[in-house]
Design a protein around this ligand. Structure first.
Ligand code: C2E
Ligand code: CA
Ligand code: CA
Length: 844
């Protein structure tokens, strides 16, 4: 048997050449030895010449008749040379065997037109086998003098084994080197077939030797026997190879039947390398230009910009197209280091493989697309499209998951953040600007959040941040402050700077009720913050009137307006020094049929959002003017203050409506004070300027409510000339403890003096506050110290408790209350209302 190596290129060539060279050199030694002994054993008879010629013929035939197996670009042949050599050793002198091996193998190489290196290797290897065999026979003294048949077969077996081992020993390294496969694997390949082949060839050799012993003429029967055995054997090899190939193809197409494109490509590359025994396999996809390249063991490249392949030889490109030849998804390339011709079976396999791969790629791509769409849907289902933040559902899901494991990860809390006056941005600057505000707010919140936090947009201008793994509940407030502080700097909307105000509510995860309860508590806290005029508030169970949901309230508004469920209470505004009533602020109340009295901060926003604002505002104004009319009729000509929603100021019809109501109730415009809250709309929009100018020009008085809490207070004042400032109650509440609060009050009073404005302090709750305010120069105030908001009739009754035409005092005069009588410094007539009856202190 012999295997011959195919031609190789560059890299391994040198090692291959060295190896073959070594074999040739060793073989030359054997040849020289043989030639030296040739003269002594030169064939002299016709019979000898016949034997010599037969030997050459047998070896030539043994070299030509062979079964071929291709490994990568190398074809290996299993031939009969060594059988012929062993037979030769039995019938001829050693030097003849060597000589006929050289000649026979050379002749077969010429017949097969083998390349020089293959021929050299074939001759060298077989000469070495012949030499080895000869050496063993001389050691064993074989064939010797007519031994027993058993002895003959036994010795022949040893000789044959040596020949076969030498064959494998010499061929394996060369094949392994030439085909680039590991030598161990090479050895294991088709081991059973090879062993069977050896056995058959040994049997042939043994028979031949026995036949020769009986009658050399029967030797003529050997070639047909060999040929038929050979045909059977090579057919077996072919069947085996094909069977394996089909099984492998079946396994491969099975393995390609997966939905993951990566796996399809990896499997295809490694399997195709094996299936077609290629040095490298490359798959290039049309869609995206992805190229995957590798061999039976590794993926060497996977990407879109491959370097030229390192395997430089023959390339076999196969389009990856379906059976219908349409829709080609890319190309499969088999690379071989040397020239290769695929058998018909291999070509068919290749086409089948390519079409299976095409289907697999198409399926995987379709699946990937489906998976992507599903992922998009999942993302869209859990995220807000505008801001990319989590949506309400995601927050609830994540929160619920967090709450069930909260003992493991510390404290969970929720911060609810609601933008104030967002609707104005939308209505006046357009939805594009509104969206921009939301996007920027989302970015700010995301930036201020910790990695563990989940930032969500719940809808509209409402955001929530789920705080996870807090070390202690108290930390939540700090985090909430940080989140709200992130909204402090004005936003930049195409060059226009816009401030957003927001209120935050904090709730720490409750023991029961889960996420829904946490959200509800944060919502309650947020409304507490709004009501208290604070930036953030923490949920306090004591202040929770759990049954109210502003959402359900929102739906009941139309009925409330139609059924006049909104009423107005009046909170007196008093002269701080004397305690007399000098005005009253109308504060809306909702007498809900089942919920009872509802605070304005719980429903105002819903009213503003509902489109019912004009009707609501008109109803409140009407009631306020009716009340003012009733007081005047009773002899108390007090101005009434009415709060105005910023949104009303965007309505150009608003001044007309106000003036119409004044006329209807026959009240002069200066009996009405409209309280405006500082908002961005107030400061930035022309329509507001026009509305306010028209009101002002008609004699209606304007007050800036909650002064000091907003922004741009000063720039606002320069644009909108108001008559009155109302110091926010948060400053009054804090003036005794916080120097900053006192400073704000002082500077507001200074401002009032220099601009000639009335200044009213809100939220006066104690005598010390009243006195301190008075000492700072504040003339007017309102608050629980004097009275809570009262129904119009109750206020009238209080007024009527006054004597001698003076309005009833709601507190003793300051100089009555203490031993020391002090006059507040630098008071002007304007900021110091004169207390006498039925006069309007705030009239110029
Ligand atoms: P505001 O204009 O600052 O009204 C003063 C709020 O402070 C009132 O709350 C009043 O009850 C409360 N208050 C009065 N004295 C004290 C005190 O000594 N201590 C404390 N802590 N609070 C005091 P109310 O009635 O809940 O009104 C809340 C806000 O709702 C008002 O704040 C105003 O902005 C708005 N509002 C009320 N009525 C109307 C209305 O008819 N139209 C519009 N657009 N807004 C209204
Ligand atoms: Ca007010
Ligand atoms: Ca206020």
């Amino acid at each position: 048997m012999s295997r011959t190596a195919g031609r190789r290129d560059a890299g391994t060539d040198r090692r291959l050449l060295t190896l073959v060279g070594l074999i040739v050199v060793l073989a030359s030694g054997v040849v020289v030895g043989a030639i030296a002994s040739l003269p002594r054993t030169l064939p002299d008879s016709v019979r000898d010449i016949g034997t010599f010629a037969t030997l050459i013929f047998m070896i030539t035939l043994g070299g030509v008749v062979k079964a071929s197996i291709r490994v990568r670009s190398t074809t290996h042949s299993i031939a009969w040379v060594e059988t012929a050599v062993v037979i030769g050793v039995a019938i001829a002198p050693a030097s003849w065997v060597v000589a006929s091996t050289v000649l026979g193998v050379a002749a077969s190489s010429i017949i097969l037109r083998l390349p020089a290196i293959k021929s050299a290797f074939g001759i060298g290897k077989n000469v070495l086998i012949a030499g080895g065999t000869v050496a063993v026979t001389s050691v064993l003294d074989w064939p010797g003098e007519s031994p027993s048949i058993g002895g003959l077969i036994g010795t022949l077996a040893i000789v044959y084994l040596v020949a076969a081992l030498l064959d494998d020993l010499l061929a394996m390294p060369v094949i392994a080197l030439a085909s680039g496969t590991p030598i161990v694997r090479q050895f294991r390949t088709d081991l059973d077939l090879r062993v069977a082949g050896f056995a058959v060839r040994f049997l042939v050799a043994a028979c031949t030797v026995l036949i020769l012993r009986a009658d050399p003429r029967l030797l003529l029967a050997v070639p047909p026997l060999v040929l038929s055995l050979h045909l059977a054997y090579s057919a077996r090899i072919r069947t085996r190879t094909e069977q394996q190939a089909w099984q492998r193809l079946a396994r491969t197409t099975d393995a390609l039947n997966v939905v993951d494109l990566d796996q399809v490509l990896t499997t295809a590359v490694t399997e195709a390398s094996e299936l077609f025994s290629a040095d490298e396999v490359e798959i290039e996809l049309r869609d995206g230009g992805r190229t995957v390249r590798g061999n039976g063991t590794d993926i060497a490249y996977d990407g879109t910009a491959p370097q030229p392949s390192a395997v430089d030889g023959q390339v076999m490109p196969v389009p990856l197209e379906g059976h219908d030849r349409t829709d080609d998804v890319g190309v499969l390339r088999l690379r071989f280091a040397g020239p290769v011709e695929l058998s018909e079976r291999e070509q068919y396999t290749l086409r089948t493989f390519a079409s299976a791969l095409c289907t697999a790629v198409r399926n995987a791509q379709a699946y990937a697309e489906l998976a992507r769409i599903a992922e998009d849907h999942a993302y869209a289902a859990t995220h807000d499209a505008l801001t990319g933040l989590s949506n309400r559902r995601h927050l609830l899901d994540e929160g619920s998951a967090q709450l069930t494991t909260r003992h493991a990860d510390g404290v969970t809390a929720l911060v609810l953040i609601d933008l104030n006056h967002f609707k104005e941005v939308n209505d006046t600057l357009g939805h594009g600007a509104g969206d921009q505000v939301l996007i920027q707010v989302a970015e700010r919140l995301r930036g201020a959040a910790r990695p563990d936090d989940l930032v969500a947009r719940l809808g509209g201008d409402e955001f929530a941040v789920l705080l996870r793994g807090l070390p202690a509940p108290a930390v939540a407030a700090h985090r909430a402050e940080a989140l709200l502080a992130a909204l402090h700097d004005p936003l930049d909307l195409d060059g226009m700077r816009i401030s957003v105000e927001a209120s935050g509510g904090i709730a720490v995860a409750p023991a029961t009720g889960g996420m829904a309860e946490l959200l509800r508590r944060a919502d309650v806290a947020m409304y507490q913050a709004k009501r208290a005029g604070q930036r953030v508030a923490t949920y306090a169970p004591a202040r929770d009137t759990a049954d109210l949901s502003r959402l359900t309230l929102g739906g009941e508004l139309p009925r409330a307006v139609a059924d006049h469920e909104f009423t107005v209470n009046f909170q007196p505004i008093v002269d701080l020094a004397g305690g007399e009533v000098i005005g009253a602020e109308a504060l809306a109340r909702w007498h809900h049929p089942t919920h009872g009295l509802i605070d304005p901060l719980r429903f105002l926003e819903a009213v503003e959002r509902s489109g019912l604002l004009p009707a609501f505002a008109e109803a409140i104004l009407d009631q306020a003017l009716i009340a003012a009319g009733s007081w005047r009729d009773a002899g108390f000509d007090l101005p009434v203050s009415v709060n105005v929603s910023p949104r009303s100021l965007l309505d150009a019809r608003f001044p007309g409506a106000v003036l119409a109501r004044l006329r209807a109730h026959d009240l002069p415009p200066d009996r009405l004070v409209l309280e405006l809250t500082e908002t961005l709309t107030l400061s930035q929009l022309d329509v507001v300027d026009r509305v306010l100018s028209r009101l002002r020009d008609s004699g209606v008085r304007l007050a800036l409510d909650d002064f000091g809490t907003g922004y741009s207070s000063l720039s606002l004042l320069s644009r909108i000339p108001v008559h009155e400032l109302k110091i926010d109650r948060s400053f009054v509440g804090a003036m005794e403890t916080a120097p900053e609060a006192a400073a704000v009050i002082r500077s507001t009073l200074d401002l009032g003096r220099s601009l000639d404005l009335t200044v009213v302090a809100e939220g006066v709750e104690s005598e010390p506050q009243r006195r301190a305010l008075w000492e700072l120069g504040c003339a007017a105030g309102q608050g629980h110290l004097f009275a809570r908001p009262l129904p119009a009739a109750a206020l009238l009754a209080a007024l009527q408790r006054g004597h001698g035409g003076r309005t009833g005092a709601l507190a003793p005069a300051l100089h009555d209350a203490g031993a020391v009588i002090r006059l507040p410094g630098r008071r002007t007539g304007r900021t110091r209302p004169s207390p006498p009856a039925a006069t309007d202190a705030r009239q110029p």
